[in-house]
Design a protein around this ligand. Structure first.
Ligand code: A2P
Length: 284
């Protein structure tokens, strides 16, 4: 079972510990600003960096890890295979490029970035299966410590659950304004850890009056309420920030908890915070 220690880590189905929160790097451009932000995160105590081939910042991530002075084994590194590399051989080659860009010889977690979906691919199941089999091979060869998917809905996950190795992680868009409760329950029932990308709704959701009220009540920022909400839902958040004060703030989520009544108020919110990327209808 996926377990959560409340002390900054979860344990995946295969026993691998995954530090929490992770540091998201979407929209962080390759270069010195990103290297500095990741170094800051590592100095402040983050031990989990989430990147992707698509972000084009893997080299900067690798540079920051090396500059941190931390042993490679102390940092949990995630990357993802992009949509144009789906398929067995192409995924294996994409993985090699990712390792080279990061300057490492293994990954902690490798994910399929988006499912091939029925709107564009009549053979979407087979494409996802072939991509997944490449990840399974990398896992069996010890080149990656855990494997999973991102943006998969239940019907995308189902065929992969029939495979030899089941996904250990599903990274999805998730925040108090886009709660995805059914999908989370489905993942948990299948022993799949849910990670939240854009746990702050890219900043969009932070102005909601309920988050402001709860922030005042708990003497926390709306961002910290969002991140704590993730933990209470059994979800590992991946907040992104370029700002040292916020990078630090986003770590301080383990010394308070939201009351059942306040969680109930959050659960009752109408959806208000999605980016609009529906995995069944993406056009990229
Ligand atoms: P910045 O990078 O300028 O600090 P998400 O993780 O949901 O994608 O959200 C990222 C956005 O939220 C970024 O624009 C980031 O801005 C902002 N952000 C990150 N942490 C905080 C925080 N603690 N308070 C307010 N905004 C934040």
């Amino acid at each position: 079972m996926v377990t959560h220690s409340n002390k900054g880590s979860f344990t995946l189905a295969n026993g691998v510990a995954i530090p929490c929160p992770g540091f998201g790097t979407w929209r962080m451009k390759a270069g010195s600003e990103t290297v500095a932000a990741i170094q800051e995160a590592l100095a402040l105590g983050y031990r989990h960096i989430d990147t992707a081939a698509y972000y084009q910042n893997e080299e900067s991530v690798g540079q920051a890890v090396r500059a941190s002075g931390l042993d490679r084994k102390e940092v949990f590194l995630t990357s993802k295979v992009w949509n144009t590399d789906r398929g067995y051989e192409t995924t294996l080659r994409a993985f090699d490029r990712t390792l080279a860009a990061l300057g490492t010889d293994y990954l902690d977690l490798y994910l399929i970035h988006w499912p091939a979906a029925a709107n564009r691919f009549p053979d979407w199941k087979e494409i996802n299966r072939q991509t997944w089999r490449a990840l399974t091979r990398l896992y069996r060869e010890g080149k990656v410590r855990a494997i999973g998917v991102s943006n998969f809905l239940a019907h995308h996950l189902e065929p992969l659950l029939q495979e030899e190795v089941a996904p250990m992680v599903n990274q999805i868009e998730c925040n108090p304004g886009w709660q995805q409760r059914e999908l989370i329950a489905y993942c948990h029932a299948h022993n799949i850890l849910v990670e939240a990308w854009s746990p702050l709704g890219q900043g969009r959701v932070l102005g909601h009056p309920l988050l402001a009220r709860l922030g005042e009540k708990y003497h926390r920022s709306p961002a910290q309420i969002c991140l704590r909400w993730c933990l209470e839902a059994g979800v590992l958040p991946l907040p992104k920030s370029n700002t040292p004060r916020r990078i630090q703030e986003n770590l301080a989520i383990f010394d308070f908890s939201l009351s059942p009544a306040d969680l109930g108020q959050l659960a009752a919110l109408e959806p208000f915070g999605t980016s609009g990327h529906d995995p069944d209808h993406i056009d990229f």
